[in-house]
Design a protein. Structure first.
Length: 475
C-alpha cells in the first residue's frame, strides 16, 4: 500500500547513482558483490511481502524491470516483463489450476521483451503469432489453448536462438542483465533523439524500477490500462476519467499501441469509440469506481495536479486492482483552434479513428524518414502526415519531423499518442480499415489506396481522415 492509500506492487529502485557508476560496479569484483547483495536483500523483502519465491518454479515470483527516469521518455527506454521465467518455471506454473494459458502467455511475453531489447524487430514476433493464428483458425490470442500457447512460447524462443541471442535461464542473472540493459538504454538512439529534442541533459541519467508483476492476463475479467484524471476534450476541469484499457493483457500492451483498446468511461465510448459496446465504467464498474476514488484522493486530498495513471487488475473485484505508476498529466493549453473551411459533407471521407488533438491538418503522406526527407527537399513548406501500423521506439525520431500522425492500432494513451500530443502534432490512432504495407510503401483505408506524397487531410477532433487537401481557418 502506498502512502497515498492505494495498492502498488512491491518493488525496489536502482537509483541514478548506479547509472553513473554501473561500468565500475560490473568491472570491480568487490563492488559487484555489494551490488548483488543489495539486490538479494530487496528480493528477500518482496518475497516476504508476497509469500512467493523468486526462482522457485513451484511458487514463482516475477518482476517487471523498467526505467524510472525523472522525465518520462515514452517508449524510448527498454522494458522487461515477467523476469524470472524459464522453461522449468513455465512448465510448473502451467500445471497450476487456472494458470495453464497464463503461464505460457507470460513466458512468450518475457521472451519477446528480451529479444526486442537485444535488437529483434517486433514484426518478427508478430509474424510468428499471426502464423499460429492462421494455423489454428483463431483471431484473438485468448482463443488459443494452453498447449497452443506453449507452442508459441517455444517458437518465440527459437527466434532468439536463430538470432544468436542468449537467454539467461538463471533468474538472478536475468534480473541483473535486465537492470543493466535498462540503464544502458539511456544511451540508445531513440532515447538520445528524444532527449535532444526535449533538451533533457544526458547527465540526469535514469533509475530502474523493479516491481512484482501483476497478472492482468489471467482471464477475460482481468486487464491493464492507462487513465488520465482529466479528459482533454470535454472542457470540464474537474476529475473526469479518460483513457484506454485492454482485457487479458499485461504491462506494455496499451502504452506500446500494440493492441486494440477499449475506452475508460461511458462518455468516452459514446463520443469517440462508436464501434465499442464496452467501457471500463460499464463492464467493470467496481474497478472504475475505485480508480475514480484514487484520482480524487491524489488531487483533492493530496494536492497533486492531474495525473496519468497506469493500472492492472487481476479480476473484476476492486481488491485485485493495482496502481503500477502515476505521473503528472501533460495538459496542453490550446491557444489556437483550427478547422477545415469546407463542411465535412463537401470533403471526401475515407476513414475514421480516434483523434488525439483538437487541430486539423492537410499535407503529404509519408511512410518513413526517407519519404519525409524527399518530400521536404522538393517542397520545404509542405506539411507531412506520417502513417504507421503502430509505433515503436525506433519511430520516435520520425515523430519529431512529421506534422501529423495516423496509426492503425493503439489508443489515446499509447506512447505514439502521448508523444504526438506533447509535441503539438495532429494525431489519429486506431484507424479502422487502415492497412499499411511498409515494404511496398502503400496503405489502404477502407479500399482507398495511398502512396508517398499523396494528398491527405486529418481532423484531430473528429478523428476523420479525408482524401485531398483543404483550406484551413484559425481562430
Amino acid at each position: 500500500m502506498s502512502q497515498y492509500g492505494f495498492p502498488i506492487p512491491p518493488g525496489f529502485v536502482i537509483t541514478t547513482e548506479a547509472f553513473r557508476h554501473i561500468d565500475t560496479i560490473f568491472s570491480h569484483p568487490y563492488m559487484q558483490q555489494d551490488f548483488d547483495r543489495m539486490i538479494e536483500s530487496h528480493i528477500a523483502s518482496i518475497e516476504q511481502a508476497t509469500e512467493k519465491k523468486y526462482g522457485d518454479p513451484n511458487n514463482p515470483l516475477f518482476f517487471s524491470v523498467r526505467s524510472g527516469s525523472f522525465i518520462s521518455l515514452p517508449g524510448a527506454m527498454k522494458t522487461f516483463l515477467n523476469v524470472g521465467m524459464n522453461d522449468e518455471t513455465a512448465e510448473a506454473l502451467s500445471k497450476v489450476s487456472g494458470y495453464g494459458w497464463t503461464a505460457w502467455d507470460c513466458y512468450r511475453r518475457f521472451l519477446q521483451s528480451w529479444g526486442m531489447s537485444f535488437g529483434i524487430n517486433r514484426d518478427i514476433f508478430d509474424e510468428v503469432m499471426n502464423e499460429h493464428k492462421e494455423r489454428r483458425g483463431v483471431e484473438l490470442k485468448i482463443q488459443f489453448t494452453k498447449d497452443h500457447m506453449r507452442e508459441i512460447a517455444y517458437s518465440y524462443k527459437k527466434v532468439l536462438e536463430d538470432n544468436y541471442i542468449k537467454i539467461e535461464s538463471d533468474p538472478f542473472s536475468q534480473l541483473k542483465q535486465a537492470i543493466r540493459c535498462v540503464l544502458d538504454s539511456w544511451s540508445s538512439d531513440s532515447s538520445v533523439s528524444f532527449r535532444n529534442h526535449m533538451q533533457i541533459a544526458d547527465e540526469w541519467g535514469t533509475a530502474v524500477l523493479v516491481q512484482k508483476m501483476v497478472l492482468g492476463n489471467l482471464s477475460s475479467n482481468s486487464g491493464t490500462g492507462v487513465v488520465f484524471t482529466s479528459s482533454p476534450y470535454n472542457g470540464y476541469s474537474g476529475i473526469n476519467l479518460y483513457g484506454d484499457f485492454a482485457l487479458c493483457s499485461q504491462g506494455e500492451d496499451v502504452v506500446s499501441g500494440l493492441v486494440n483498446t477499449l475506452p475508460i468511461s461511458e462518455y468516452q465510448r459514446k463520443n469517440y469509440y462508436n464501434e465499442s459496446s464496452l467501457s471500463l465504467e460499464s463492464g467493470f464498474p467496481q474497478i472504475y469506481k475505485v480508480l475514480n476514488r484514487y484520482a480524487k484522493k491524489l488531487i483533492e486530498q493530496h494536492g497533486f495536479v492531474h495525473q496519468e495513471i497506469e493500472f492492472t487488475f487481476e479480476s473484476d473485484r476492486p481488491e485485485s486492482l493495482y496502481i503500477l505508476q502515476t505521473r503528472n498529466q501533460n495538459l496542453n493549453n490550446i491557444k489556437t483552434y483550427s478547422g477545415f473551411m469546407p463542411s465535412p459533407n463537401d470533403m471526401k471521407l475515407v476513414g475514421r479513428g480516434i483523434g488525439v488533438s483538437s487541430g486539423v491538418l492537410s499535407g503529404l503522406l509519408a511512410f518513413d524518414m526517407d519519404d519525409m526527407n524527399k518530400l521536404k527537399e522538393k517542397n520545404p513548406d509542405a506539411k507531412i502526415i506520417l502513417v504507421r501500423p503502430d509505433t515503436v521506439p525506433d519511430d520516435i525520431p520520425m515523430l519529431f519531423v512529421c506534422d501529423g500522425l495516423i496509426t492503425a492500432k493503439g489508443g489515446v494513451t499509447s506512447h505514439a499518442a502521448v508523444t504526438a500530443a506533447s509535441l503539438g502534432k495532429v494525431c489519429i490512432v486506431k484507424c479502422r480499415g487502415l492497412g499499411v504495407k511498409e515494404s511496398e510503401k502503400v496503405c489502404t483505408i477502407n479500399g482507398h489506396s495511398f502512396k508517398p506524397g499523396d494528398l491527405i487531410s486529418i481532423d484531430g477532433s473528429l478523428g476523420n481522415i479525408y482524401e485531398g487537401n483543404y483550406n484551413i481557418y484559425y481562430k
